[in-house]
Design a binder for this molecule. Structure first.
Ligand code: NAD
Length: 244
């Protein structure tokens, strides 16, 4: 039987990477999926009878409010959008800071605040937020504002979990290791020495390889499904042993 039959899922940043893989995995498990992204071209290649797409910039409050009003009640909200700024504090301008805080953290506030009332009216649901091993779990070089925002995601996740635990809302986040996605390939390609950069990314993974999106999707399906009904406020690592 399909593990997400009867559920409606809303996903941000579903055009590529882990968000896209989650959209396809949720749909395969029977969910009706709203796959959203700022990139219309990326969305247009998502082809599944249970996936509907919608262009959405999670930094735009008016667009987010309109999406929530149009779509109404959902049972699963996956806040996936985020951006990796490369650099330490001295290499992070105020604009860099504001951009990353807004995209990685404020967007989750915006989207969750917009969708939560209808979720509550319909008896609850599962909120899944994208954090990272680079967060309060562990510091990494050149992940200054990134790690700061992802630590914020863990706090955000627990705060929402605490406030709505008695009303059927579960709020969890996942903390992946290094995942082979288009943006990771971009970070490798833009390094001074791309061959060495790829080796370095692999070297920091104790299992000796990068994760694929298929290493991550099963955890997302689990959190979206009722199998995880006793799980809330958790920051679940899926990092191939980096934070052992
Ligand atoms: P990705 O970075 O390759 O793709 C990100 C997607 O986000 C793109 O489709 C892009 O169009 C979309 N996007 C960008 N700005 C947006 C906006 N304002 N509104 C809506 N969509 C927007 O995918 P990924 O690497 O799987 O990353 C997804 C999430 O996972 C991010 O939050 C990232 O920080 C996090 N993460 C990634 C890794 C990794 O190693 N790849 C590890 C841990 C956590």
């Amino acid at each position: 039987t399909q593990r997400l039959a009867g559920k409606t899922a809303f996903i941000t940043a579903a055009g590529q990477g882990m968000g896209r893989a989650a959209a396809l995995a949720f749909a395969e498990e029977g969910a009706q999926v709203w796959a959203t992204d700022i990139n219309a071209d990326a969305l247009s290649t998502l082809d599944h009878p249970r996936i509907r797409t919608r262009v959405l910039d999670v930094r735009n409050s008016a667009e987010v409010a309109l999406a929530a009003a149009d779509i109404g009640a959902i049972s699963v909200l996956f806040n996936c959008a985020g951006f990796v700024h490369n650099g330490n504090i001295l290499q992070c301008s105020e604009d860099d800071w504001d951009f990353s805080v807004d995209l990685n953290l404020s967007s989750m506030f915006r989207v969750t605040r917009a969708f939560l009332p209808a979720m509550l009216e319909h008896g609850g649901g599962s909120i899944i937020n994208m954090a990272s091993m680079a967060s309060s779990l562990k510091g990494f070089p050149n992940r200054f504002v990134y790690g700061t925002t992802k630590a914020g995601v863990i706090g955000f996740t627990k705060a929402v979990a605490a406030d709505f635990v008695k009303q059927g809302i579960r709020s969890n986040c996942i903390c992946p290791g290094t995942v082979d996605t288009p943006s990771l390939r971009g970070r490798i390609a833009s390094a001074a020495d791309p061959v060495q950069a790829e080796k370095d990314f692999i070297a920091r993974q104790p299992m000796g390889r990068l994760a694929t999106v298929d290493d991550i999707s099963p955890l997302l399906v689990y959190l979206a499904s009722d199998e995880s009904k006793f799980v809330t406020g958790a920051a679940l690592s899926v990092d191939g042993g980096v934070t052992i």
